[in-house]
Each structure stands twice: as C-alpha cells, then as structure tokens.
Design a protein around this ligand. Structure first.
Ligand code: FEO
Ligand code: CA
Ligand code: CA
Ligand code: CA
Length: 591
C-alpha cells in the first residue's frame, strides 16, 4: 500500500470500496460521534426517537446533514462551542413512512424546515486526550432553522430587490438553508454559505425579460420546478410566483456569533449573492480583512472581498461590522503553458465593486451584489470546475481552493487551471498573492493536486512519486494543521471508493505525499474537516450516510453511527489517538 513509512504519525489507510458502511481510521486512532441528527440541543428537547418525531422536537434537536464544523474555545482548552451547518435533508431516510414529498404531512414538512440551518452546542472534555462531550441545554446552545429571523446588512439592505409583503423594509429575511461550507473568523464568529437555495422555491417557468428574469435563469430560479419538500405549502414566501423577491434574500454568506445565543444572525450582502460554498477570512498586512469564496456550480467563479475598515485587536463590536462594507473581485487565471510540466501561471482579481462604486457597466452596486453572477459574466473571469472551499494556509499564507469536478467541460473548454475535459476527479489550486499581500489584485497560481487514480498520467501530486500516494477524487473541503499541511475532504468519489479525508504536505521532502487518514460510511460525504494537530484531534462531519439513488427506507445502506438505530443519522465525529497501550484495530463500527 501507499506510504507505509508513516512520516506524519499515522500509517495511511487503504481506500475502502464504495458502499462499505464503516468508519475507517489509521491504526492507533479511534473515533466517536459527538452529536448526531436528532440529539437534544435545547433544554426540554426530547431524546431522538425515529417513530416519535415532531416539528417541535426537531426545533430543539440537532439538524440533519451536517457540513461545516467550527470549534471556538470558550474557557481554557477543555471547553468549547461547536457550530455545525445543517445543509439539507434526506426525507426518505428520515421518515419510515416516506413515499413522496407531496405525501408528507404538514408536520413532516415542518420537521424538514426545522432540520435545516445550524446547530450550536457547548462541549467539554476532561483533558486534551479525552473525548469531547456536548452538553444538552447549555447556555450557548442554539438552533437556527429555515425560519429564524436574520438581519440583512451591507449595501443591499433595504433595497427594492429584497422587499417582500412580509418584510416591506427589506431588512429581516427569515431562515437559512442549503448551508454548505463556512469559516471561523479571527473575531470568533462563524461564516456559512447559503449554497443550493434555489431548489427550495416554486419557480416561474417563464422568466421576465429584464435583469431580474435574466438573473433568475443564471441562478437556477426559473425552471418552473416545485418547492423542494413542499415548503410553499406552509409558507407562501417559498412560491416565487407569489413572492418574487424572496429568492433575493437567500444565497448570501451569513455570520453567526456563537458567544451570544440571543444575537440576530446576519446576511452579508457586501460579499455578493451566489451559490456560496463558504467564506474564509484572513487579516491582511495592513489590517483590512479579506474573504475568499467559491461559487459552487460548474463553470462558475472564485471571488474575494476586501473590507474597507481594518481589524482592531480588542474591539469585537467593531470587528463584527468588518464584513458590512468593502470591495468585491472575481478571479481570472492565465496559464503559462503546460509544457513546463506544471499547470500554473498568473492571475488577476477583476473588480466588481470598489470604493462603494460599481465597476460593471449598466449595473448599480445593489444589482452587482444581488446578481453577482450576471455582473461577473460581463468582466471575463475564468470559468472553473465547481469552486468549493477556498481557504488561506495560516503557515505559508497561500490560498488553496478545492475544485471538485466538472463532467460537462468539453475539450474545447479546457484551460490550464481547469486542464481536463469531462473532469470527474477535480483538482486543488494554490494562489500566491503578489508580495504575499491579500489585498493586491495580482497573483501567481499553480495546481498542487490533480486528483484521480495515481496511475493515470493526467494526475499530479505536487511532483511526488505517484506510486507512493493514496488515490483521491472530488476534493470539496480544505483545512490545515499547525504545520501547514493541507488536509482535503472529498464528496463524490468517482474511483469506486468511499469518501474520506487526506493529508498532503506542501513543503519539504514529502511535498505532495498524499495519504488517506479517514474513510466515511456508505454513500456519505466527508465534510467540515477541522484539524487540531497539537492535540492530534480531527473533527469531521459525516453528511448524508445512506444516500444513494433510489434508496428506500426498507433497506438503508447505512446505520451509521451504529448506536442501535435502524436508519443512518448524519453526525459530527472526532478522531483521536488511542491511549498508549491501547490495541484497537483502527476501524470498524465500534464506539
Ligand atoms: Fe454543498 Fe458545494 O457542496
Ligand atoms: Ca461542500
Ligand atoms: Ca505551466
Ligand atoms: Ca460538495
């Protein structure tokens, strides 16, 4: 197998065949769930029971399909708050009697609304070597659902495009859903991307001829489809034929302050509206903060926001406003030719909004931000292979983007940053800002990982010997440990393996030596990697275990996390070293 030398403190696991319903970790490591769908979060919430679900219970319990994982320390090293996105629901796996969305009871429809959003729980551990345990009913615990009031902030607040009959001021949208990846800010808030929000709306089949209609097509909001889970049955705002502006109140980056459960979460319009994968913030040398973002759709773009105001170390109230106002750019990548053996080149951040003014002909600032895809189309950015998580490496200061796949790219559409037609496996792109300055608009770039079967000559592992690396497919989330090693989590392995998590050094003699650390259960996606390498603790969200085409409740392909449940339950897990002298075999359904 690949890399038996274990230079990083673990021996890589072998790829696990698709459909295997196990969590597999390296020898000497153990895993355990921290919180699963339905576990009680708020005081008074009942214990989960598949056969006694209710909307009221779900509103106080952990939501479904966890994705982003943020951990913010509260008191010392052994107390923290865990913040998790709940992206979407698999109704056929949630309800024993599920047949079709239309046949769901009103209470089931409401359960799905309450299972979306975010879950915030306090957790603690005895010492840095023990398991984190969440606390039911702790003071900071919170559920945010598809109906929680938000405040719209930034340039689009109060604009005509976001006014509805329920909110004629255009300031207080309700709820968040489709939340995918995210980021934890230097001031301790959590950012989360509203991604596939379009499917929750009943859509007009024939868009209008104006900018609004043109944008509706560009955002997948004009196909005439019916509101997913029938949410419009309970609330007319999910029917765009009745409430056309409601869609403009979703598709933003949201910011949640986990230190104050009474705070109103915000939607940040200055960062633009798209199918946001997530956003990650870095403090630039001059004190302004920069957020890097991906718009997760085939042939869509990468963006960055540069704040107007500067970070102030001991002024949290001020820092909480940093993402309200600033400049917005979209990325263009120019290759220098692949004959040099590398997919690399130079690039530019093309301006969309600068100093409060639109840089796009014929569009106001509010229009550019609300319809940023339409605005970006006019300035010539590079069409990417589904930009997902984009994050700055805190050790080397470079930016890393997961480009997950793009099976629709044709040979004529290939470019050096997206070098493969029918790209099933994806790539990881590295950006080096000129002079290491995140506010600058010029950079160089390089693909550090072109995923797939290492025996395929089109793959590239940063120059490393491909006979020594793990196969990898469909990178979705990136993270870094304290040594600056890149960690990658995957969604949708196209090599016949389960999804998982991988480590790849970016410097030194093991640069490019990709090694698999984790494999997740059948049909699950590996999300939210968070690496606390000083303690050698890794957090992961196991999303949609058991999800597969045509799945029915009669025979779920997964019963993760194996606590006697008949159906799978999406869960946040931790992976950490066994105590010295332990002798676990490193995989299986234990714990
Ligand atoms: Fe929800 Fe872009 O993956
Ligand atoms: Ca994702
Ligand atoms: Ca090149
Ligand atoms: Ca994904």
């Amino acid at each position: 197998g690949p890399g038996k030398k274990a230079p990083f403190g673990f021996t890589p696991i072998d790829p696990v065949p698709a459909g295997t319903d196990e969590v597999v970790v390296p020898e000497g490591f153990q895993w355990a769930p921290i919180i699963a769908w339905g576990d009680p979060v708020l005081a008074g919430a009942p214990a989960f029971d598949f056969d006694r679900q209710s909307a009221a219970a779900q509103a106080g319990q952990m939501g479904y399909n966890c994705d982003y994982v943020g951990v913010v320390r509260t008191r010392g090293q052994n107390n923290a708050v865990l913040v998790v996105n709940n992206e979407y629901t698999n109704n056929n796996l949630m309800f024993h009697d599920y047949t079709t969305a239309a046949a769901m009871t009103d209470d089931q429809v409401q359960i799905t609304m309450n299972a979306h959003g975010m879950t915030v729980v306090e957790m603690s551990r005895k010492n840095p070597h023990s398991k984190w345990v969440y606390t039911k009913g702790a003071p900071l615990n919170r559920r945010i659902t598809a109906e929680t009031p938000f405040e719209l902030v930034g340039p689009v607040r109060g604009h005509d495009l976001v006014k509805t009959s329920a909110d004629p001021t255009g300031t207080t949208p309700l709820g968040t859903f489709g939340n995918c990846a995210g980021g934890t800010t230097p001031w301790g808030t959590i950012l989360s991307g509203e991604e596939n929000f379009n499917g929750y709306f009943t859509q007009p089949a024939v868009p209008t001829d104006d900018l609004v209609g043109q944008a509706a097509k560009r955002y997948g909001l004009a196909g005439g489809s019916k509101s997913q889970h029938n949410w419009d049955r309970l609330d007319q705002r999910f029917d765009l034929t009745q409430e056309p502006n409601e869609a403009h109140r979703h598709g933003w980056i949201i910011e949640v302050d986990p230190s104050d459960p009474t705070s109103t979460p915000r939607k940040l319009t200055a960062l633009g509206r798209m199918k946001h994968e997530g956003a990650n913030v870095v403090i630039a040398r001059d004190g302004r903060v920069v957020a890097y973002m991906g718009d997760d759709e085939r042939f869509d773009y990468m963006y960055k926001f540069v704040s107007k105001a500067k970070y102030r170390k001991n002024d949290r109230a001020h820092n909480l406003t940093l993402l309200h106002e600033g400049d917005l750019y979209v990325a263009k990548f120019v290759g220098d030719g692949s004959a040099d053996g590398e997919h690399d080149g130079t690039g530019q951040w093309l301006p969309l909004v600068v100093d409060g003014e639109s840089k796009v002909d014929g569009m106001s600032v509010e229009e550019v931000l609300t319809f940023v895809r339409v605005a970006a189309d006019k300035v010539g950015p590079t069409k990417m292979d589904r930009p997902e998580d984009v994050e700055v490496n805190p050790v080397n200061g470079r930016v890393y983007a997961a480009l997950t796949n793009n099976s629709a790219r044709t040979p004529a559409q290939v470019d050096e940053a997206n070098p493969r037609a029918n790209n099933k496996h994806g790539q990881v792109l590295e950006i080096t800002q000129d002079r290491g300055d995140h506010t600058r608009t010029t950079f160089t770039w390089k693909l550090v990982l072109v995923c797939g079967d290492p025996n395929d000559p089109q793959t590239y592992f940063n120059g490393y010997d491909t006979s020594q690396v793990s196969p990898i497919s469909c990178p979705d989330n990136v993270a870094f440990d304290g040594d600056g090693n890149l960690w990658v989590a995957t969604d949708g392995n196209a090599l016949g393996h389960c999804d998982g998590m991988y480590l790849m050094p970016l410097e030194g003699k093991h640069k490019g030596h990709l090694q698999q650390f984790l494999s997740v259960p059948a049909h699950g996606e590996c999300c939210g990697p968070l690496i606390e390498w000083d303690d050698r603790v890794v957090f992961a969200a196991v999303q949609h275990p058991g999800e597969s085409d045509g799945a029915t409740t009669a025979a779920p392909t997964s019963t993760f996390p194996y606590r006697g449940n008949t159906q799978p339950r999406p869960s946040v897990i931790m992976i950490w070293p066994e105590a010295k002298g332990g002798h676990g075999k490193g995989h299986g359904k234990g714990h």
